[in-house]
Design a protein around this ligand. Structure first.
Ligand SMILES: *Cc1c(COP(=O)(O)O)cnc(C)c1O
Length: 423
């Protein structure tokens, strides 16, 4: 017999118990983090992992009839990324009622983030893509006012960025914005031969590391020995939390993260971390300076404050307990499908980028009378609407559990069971 679950009884943000435990283990594992004392104030409540606390105010999305959904996908920009936790939203609301000199806030928040993460300097950016543009502008135009004004016209400036062929990524458009050419190489020899007085920067796409011949430490060493700054795109690479300081300590001159993915800050926020001189140059190429390349990448006080609060919260989370909760969500969905002997389930964790438990579900399409693409449509068009991982539909359905709210796993499991039963 099948039980139908009423979503309204399940989605209440009271089911957050697992996140309150085992903080000590977490702090022990962070012993090497320099700025941690800034967060370790006794008696502070452990952050809670719920975002659907009812908010006062107009529901514009509802008024317009734009459909919302259960996020069974992950942190995808086209699906609006992640939900900001209540403490982030409330800090934004407070900030929204005050004027500040933008530069003062950028500097104060940047200094605080640098201290928390043990890097030289930090800047809140308009997403990781913006961090890539700012990093490139800093490496090409530096702090020279005339050059800053001229970008993306790079005449007379270093205008080449070296990249391993396997590290090309759609997001490098944000690098090319600065007027540079991407020069592709494969081996160490090719890379060293490609370095010239036109080389502005060397770019490394973190998630592509296993596919390239030159790995992180060797890449950094080559950059350092030739005096070329290295930039790492680690946009989707928290968790694990220690990536937030690992790569700057490893020696990358600049590292970019998304603020609105695993960190759950504003979706239009990000971090550029690294060398002080380059971060200072990035600021000069940034909003609010009107005649600069990245004037288009504005962040205002709300994103800046939201990014900081999200980061502080993230550093305090009990990551072991959250990981167990994610696995628990996978297991509860697997359990919901246990009556079907042809349904195969697999929990997998990508090695880098979105490195969290995902659930892959396969079945005998003929026996069930439904193909994966049809199941995806049914998930999407049901009530509530459920959005599985964008990779779903060809051979399987992939459920990303980490952006679910408490209770969503039961709804998703129930709905999948209905669909696979041919209901
Ligand atoms: C998401 C992503 C970006 C862009 O990050 P935003 O924060 O959305 O600007 C850049 N690079 C990679 C590899 C990404 O996954």
């Amino acid at each position: 017999m099948r039980m139908t679950i009423d979503p309204r009884t399940i989605r209440r943000p009271t089911m957050i118990q697992p996140f309150r435990t085992r903080r000590r283990t977490f702090f022990a594992s962070l012993a090497g983090l320099p700025g941690l004392h800034l967060l370790a104030s006794e008696g502070r409540a452990a952050p809670r992992e719920d975002a659907r606390t009812p908010a006062a105010g107009r529901d514009v999305i509802g008024e317009l009839g734009v459909r919302s959904f259960i996020n069974a996908a992950g942190t995808f920009t086209a699906l609006t990324g992640s939900l900001m936790p209540p403490e982030v939203v409330s800090a934004i609301q407070v900030a929204a009622r005050k004027y500040v000199r933008l530069e003062d806030l950028h500097n104060a928040v940047g200094a605080r983030i640098a201290e928390l993460l043990g890097c030289e300097a930090a800047l809140v950016t308009a997403g990781c893509a913006s961090a890539l543009s700012l990093a490139t502008a800093a490496c090409v135009a530096g702090d020279d006012p005339e050059r800053i004004r001229r970008l993306p016209d790079t005449q007379g400036m270093k205008d080449e960025v070296l990249v391993q062929r396997t590290h090309r990524v759609g997001y490098d458009h944000a690098i090319r914005n600065a007027g540079v050419r991407m020069i592709e190489v494969e081996t160490r020899e090719e890379l060293e031969r490609a370095i010239s007085d036109r080389t502005a920067m060397m770019f490394f796409f973190n998630a592509a590391d296993p596919r390239g011949q030159i790995h992180r430490e060797e890449f950094i060493e080559i950059g350092k020995s030739h005096g070329i700054p290295t930039l790492l795109d680690a946009a989707a690479d928290v968790p694990p939390v220690d990536n937030l300081w690992k790569y700057t300590k490893m020696g990358f001159d600049l590292v970019g993260f998304s603020g609105g993915k695993g960190l759950r800050g504003p979706q239009s926020s990000g971090l550029l971390l690294g060398r002080k001189d380059l971060i200072e140059a990035a600021k000069l190429n940034n909003s609010p300076n009107s005649d600069s390349l990245c004037r288009t990448n504005k962040v205002n006080k709300e994103e800046i404050v939201g990014m900081l609060v999200a980061l502080e919260r993230y550093l305090q989370l009990d990551h072991d307990a959250i990981w167990k909760e994610w696995e628990g969500r996978c297991h509860r969905i697997i359990e919901a499908l246990s009556e079907f002997d042809d349904v195969q389930t697999e929990i997998y964790v990508p090695e880098i980028a979105n490195a969290v438990p995902h659930l892959r579900i396969r079945w005998d399409s003929e026996k069930r009378g439904i193909r994966p693409s049809e199941a995806v449509e049914k998930l999407r068009n049901g009530d509530p609407s459920i959005e599985p991982s964008p990779g779903s539909g060809r051979r399987d359905v992939v459920i990303g559990v980490w952006m679910m709210e408490p209770g969503d796993d039961a709804i998703v499991g129930d709905r999948l069971r209905e669909i696979l039963a041919g209901a």
